[in-house]
Design a protein. Structure first.
Length: 76
């Protein structure tokens, strides 16, 4: 039996012209290291029943296209 897919999305934490190109937060220009631990925890809880996809805007430059493709892919 095929599982339904759940898409979990981790957005950029800061919308700022300096933050996005430099991959830095605006507070003290700290390097942006953002592992979506909360999404990993949620995904682990439902992984037996669902196929879990995590899309991370911090590391995926083309995340909007990736979300669209995943959301439009029908399950069998």
């Amino acid at each position: 039996m095929e599982k339904n897919t759940i898409i979990l999305f981790n957005p950029m934490p800061v919308e700022h012209p300096v933050a996005i190109p430099n991959k830095m937060t605006t507070s003290l220009q700290v390097p942006l290291v953002n592992v979506p631990l909360s999404l990993l925890a949620l995904g682990r809880m439902v992984r037996i029943e669902f196929d879990v996809r995590i899309i991370n805007a911090v590391t995926d430059a083309d995340y909007k296209t990736n979300i669209s493709k995943q959301a439009k892919t029908p399950s069998a």
